[in-house]
Design a protein. Structure first.
Length: 224
């Protein structure tokens, strides 16, 4: 009798686990690389954003930013992984699948170009050493882009290293962006979305520093 109860309990647990894994089997991440197209997450307008826009210099001089890009990721073929767990979160993964990466430079290029505004022109090209306030140079290196499953969410981290050439002096900065989104289906688009969220987070800080340099002000020392 006891053996029968144990067997039926075990069967119920296995059946429940299999049922829980069925959605993953239908919506698992594909083997195709991500398209690596940068799209900034939508941010609804707010009163704070309007105040920032009003505070921007009205008669500020145009500023030209020339940039060069490098993909320095340790692995240029993957951007993370997904772990399929059976049972409680602390159990051993039953399957691990890498998230394949597309063109990292294309992705980085789109992100840096998003810094452009009515006053700041952004173009990829040679960087001059004798910059003026109207002409800035920027070298950006993509050091890390990683996404992973975290419970019912997807998380991501992007690390950029930037070197500015400006009349106030050359300076290096490191920008770390974080992303977090709900995970509905382990789809390629969801992983691309959470990576874009982290990239947008990092580029937001980069854009602030570009604006500071375009105003002729200096940046602080390199971030740790």
């Amino acid at each position: 009798m006891a053996n029968t109860m144990i067997s039926s309990t075990l069967l119920r647990r296995v059946a429940a686990s299999v049922i829980c894994m069925l959605p993953l089997a239908g919506y698992a991440l594909s083997e195709d690389p991500l398209d690596m197209i940068y799209e900034a997450p939508y941010v609804p307008p707010s009163r704070d954003n309007n105040l920032v826009a009003l505070a921007a210099p009205v008669n500020a001089s145009p500023c030209n930013l020339s940039f060069q890009l490098t993909d320095n990721r340790p692995s240029k073929t993957t951007v993370g992984g997904v772990f399929f767990m059976l049972g409680h979160p602390g159990s051993t993964p039953i399957n691990v699948q890498s998230v394949r990466s597309g063109d990292g430079l294309q992705w980085l290029r789109g992100a840096v170009r998003s810094v452009q505004t009515q006053r700041i022109s952004v173009a990829e090209g040679a960087i001059t050493h004798s910059s003026s306030v109207a002409q800035l140079g920027l070298e950006v290196q993509l050091q890390l882009a990683h996404a992973w499953s975290e419970g019912m969410n997807l998380a991501s981290t992007v690390v950029l290293e930037a070197r500015y050439r400006a009349p106030t002096g050359d300076v290096k900065r490191t920008y770390v962006g974080q992303g977090m989104k709900a995970n509905w289906a382990f789809g390629n688009g969801e992983f691309m979305g959470v990576l874009n969220a982290a990239m947008a987070d990092a580029v937001a800080f980069l854009a602030q520093d570009v604006g500071t340099l375009c105003e002729g002000r200096s940046l602080s020392a390199s971030l740790p």
